[in-house]
Design a protein around this ligand. Sequence first.
Ligand SMILES: [Ca+2]
Ligand SMILES: [Ca+2]
Length: 515
Amino acid sequence: MKIQIVLWVVFFALSLPTRASDGIVLDDFEAGDQGWSPVDQGWIDFEIVDNPFPGAVNSSAKVMKVVRKAQTQTWAGIILRDKMELAFGTFPDQYRYIHAKIFKTTNGRVAFKLEKTGDAGSFTNTQNYSPSGEWQEIIFDVGGAGGTRYDDYFIMPDQTGNLSEDITIYIDEIVLKPDPEAGENREIELPGTFQPVWSDEFNGSGYDTDIWAPQIRGDGFGNNELQYYTGLEKNIFVRDGNLVLKAYKEPYQNREYTSGKLWSQNKKYIKYGRIEARFKLPKGRGTWPAIWMMPQNSVYGGWPDSGEIDIMEFVGYDTDKVYGTVHREAGSGGNGNGSNTSIAGKTDDFHVIRIDWEPGYIKWYLNDQLFHTYNNAFASSAQWPFDQEFYLILNFAVGGDWGGAQGVDENIWPQEFLIDYVRVYQKTEKTAIRQIKNTPFSVSSLSKDELIFNSSLQYPLSINIYSLSGQKQWSKNTIPNDLGTIINISDLPKGFYIITVSDKIHSYSQKIIKR
Ligand SMILES: [Ca+2]
Ligand SMILES: [Ca+2]
């Protein structure tokens, strides 16, 4: 199968949030302060006072009064050090906005600066302030902070230069908030509908050797499995429209059992799609059949760091359940992320298992009933190495750490694991770019390696592309009316990215999937 090289762009966040959302209060000054200090002695005086201007925006009792003294530097301000180490950025579960209530009587700019843990760098967002005679809630967009962890929070409440007089500013209710849009987009899907791309129906005289090869090995596979996979026809054959993986109790190459295993490594591999199989389980203590996937290229390192997708597993001593699980750096083996579903009373039936694997999730279905979802796609590769190609494995193990956890019944052999078909579907829509109306810019795919950016905005913008782990991959500042800016992404590996466009007041983001 040729992998389609396409780009897909979809908007997911627009402008500033207006909806309320959960956040954490950095300080509301109701019980003193959390440990703020002036950034430089002598530039700032501050104290907690009764709210001198209670009103609709801020009716609370206590606020911080800051006096920035004449002849001081514009970065005079207050800083809260080492209070809370948090990741900021554009991604779900990271803090994206900092809200602060400000009262002052002077025009000017207010800046909020984050300093990295270890003070290895910083990110600043600045907002204009026009006095209104009332408290104002100022929202700092720190999405561009890009996933790094920060533990110092620094407010420069008035950046007026050449200050000839002291300025008094009141500050209150500093709240860190995630992107309220982010959670809704967690389960991002490719556009289009699933179309068949390949299958093996096992209806002929043998399995399709363009898809499968037998694995011939019997070293226990790190699980103390008892079988030797012979690759012989007695262990792997097609009968009556089904692939039969057949396990015998018989000595072979210093093993007590023989069995069969097919894999599609180097022949067929898949990134995103629907993988479906119809199967009938063997019976008895010590059987451990599985339909699963391993990475074609272990780009994130050896097992489990590059991931494993167990589409279906069954252990014969636990007759009523089939399992679906992922293993990855963040948890593997007994700490894999998975679930099971009941087949009680139906162990002699054929069942249909499938996963729907999208850029944003993997979902497991048995007989069309969803039984597990894994949707950690916005985390690092430790949680989500599933943005790479995986090959398929069909095997019937005997014993082993899990399958043999309650021993092996010596009297049940031979046993058969039947697979009626394996079908792979993918969304084959070649290009899908969803633009949302009334946004001040657009990004379109020009070719697999180029995006084109157009904007009607009349002032400078900065355009940045981030990887999901928050690394800046591409950056450019545009000049006003710089129409048709080409963004060359030929150096970016295939995968998920976020493009953000900022005009100092607003920040707009889109996801890009480079395929
Ligand atoms: Ca308060
Ligand atoms: Ca069949």
